[in-house]
Design a protein around this ligand. Structure first.
Ligand code: NAD
Length: 356
């Protein structure tokens, strides 16, 4: 297969981690006779410096016309005082909007080899955690009407949380399809005992559950989910939820692994085009020092193969290679443990590539 990938290395450690992920992808191309072609586009601070905007119109067009987009990270202290309209992260929101990416997939995987890094007790996480949160990204209270007004002599603020059936159905389909590609279990998170949006959410999910009979479906209230993620996170396979609940729960879940450098993510729309990126930022404190952990970006490439290109076997091969390198005791500095071998960013990329 031939796939065109628009690559947005960005700022800080972005170019370093993206280079390692592309090494891995090239090796996959060799092994499976796929051809991946890369078009590089400036994004974030480096684009502000060169072009005066966080992403140019031509850059945006190259994202839209690609088969998939790979992002490193954007931002850094140099651009902290830019006017709001041209801040580095504006480009991320613009790309998500222009590409219609309404679904955010965030796997939370605690590799058993790194279970010491989790803040939870060994008896809870010793066997590892492997769950995935599907968060609705373009609806709900973050996009609803909001106002602050004077009522009876005091200020009253209101934020509306609208959801339409079609918005719920399309994220529901992504979640069911994702569950089919994983452990075939889906829990839908809502607050249906209180909120109308959640009651419509639940009704719509139940309709879909009748269609996707191979998926074991359940409902769970958001407050209970927050508790269960700490008490027994290994019970979950895929969780689907609306925008704000997903924002909060995915940050809670990412902390269970204790290491931000390991975590990938995907943002998807109705077609196969997606944007893939590690969940961390540009880590200006270690930029240019070859110290970054590239695994979050390498696992983002595995997600790209799985979700945009339908190359499940190739994705498995990358995940197995990462596992094998951790088993062999290699660690970048952020996940270093006693008795392990400390390696630089480029070495970690090489070690994983060798095992493809
Ligand atoms: P950060 O995620 O960049 O860094 C937090 C800490 O984690 C730092 O100590 C950093 O060294 C470490 N870290 C992060 N990724 C790592 C990796 N791959 N390997 C090893 N260590 C890693 O968050 P921050 O410091 O709050 O933000 C720095 C900049 O990144 C800011 O300008 C922020 O706006 C931006 N940011 C961008 C994104 C994005 O591009 N999606 C996301 C979050 C923050």
């Amino acid at each position: 297969m031939n796939k065109k990938i628009t690559v947005l290395p960005g700022d800080g450690i972005g170019p370093e981690i993206v280079a390692e992920a592309l090494k891995v992808l090239n090796k996959i191309g060799e092994r499976y006779a796929h051809s991946f072609t890369y078009t590089y586009v400036d994004i974030g601070g480096c684009s502000i410096d060169k072009h005066g905007v966080p992403i140019t119109d031509e850059g945006m067009e190259l994202c839209k016309s690609a088969d998939s987009v790979l992002l490193g990270a954007v931002g850094g202290p140099k651009w902290d005082n830019c006017p709001p309209a041209i801040r580095p992260e504006k480009a991320l929101l613009a790309v998500r909007k222009e590409l219609g990416l309404f679904a955010n997939l965030r796997p939370t995987k605690l590799f058993p080899q790194l279970s010491d890094a989790s803040p939870l007790k060994q008896e809870i996480v010793g066997g590892g955690i492997d769950l995935l949160i599907v968060r609705e990204l373009t609806g709900g209270v973050y996009f609803g009407e909001r106002k602050t007004e004077q009522v009876n002599g005091e200020l009253v603020a209101t934020d509306l949380m609208p959801y339409s059936e079609h918005e719920i159905e399309r994220i529901g389909r992504v979640a069911f399809e994702t569950a089919i590609k994983r452990g075939k279990r889906l829990a839908s998170v809502d607050k249906a005992n209180v909120l109308d949006t959640s009651r419509l959410w639940r009704k719509t999910m139940h309709k879909l559950a009748e269609e996707y009979t191979e998926v074991e479906y359940s409902d769970i209230l958001v407050d209970n989910t927050a508790m269960q993620l700490i008490k027994n996170p290994t019970q979950f396979d895929v969780l689907v939820t609306e925008n704000m609940f997903g924002d909060i729960l995915s940050d809670e879940a990412s902390m269970l692994t204790g290491s931000i450098g390991m975590m990938p993510s995907a943002s998807l729309g109705s077609g196969t085009l997606g944007m893939y990126e590690p969940i961390h930022g540009s880590a200006p404190d270690i930029a240019g020092m070859n110290l970054a952990n590239p695994i979050g970006t390498i696992l983002s490439v595995a997600m790209m193969l799985r979700y945009s290109f339908d190359m499940a076997e190739e994705a498995d091969v990358i995940e197995t290679a990462v596992n094998a390198v951790l088993d062999a005791g290699y660690r970048t500095q952020d996940i270093m443990q006693d008795g392990c071998t400390k390696v630089f960013c480029t070495e970690m990329g090489d070690l994983i590539t060798e095992r493809i």
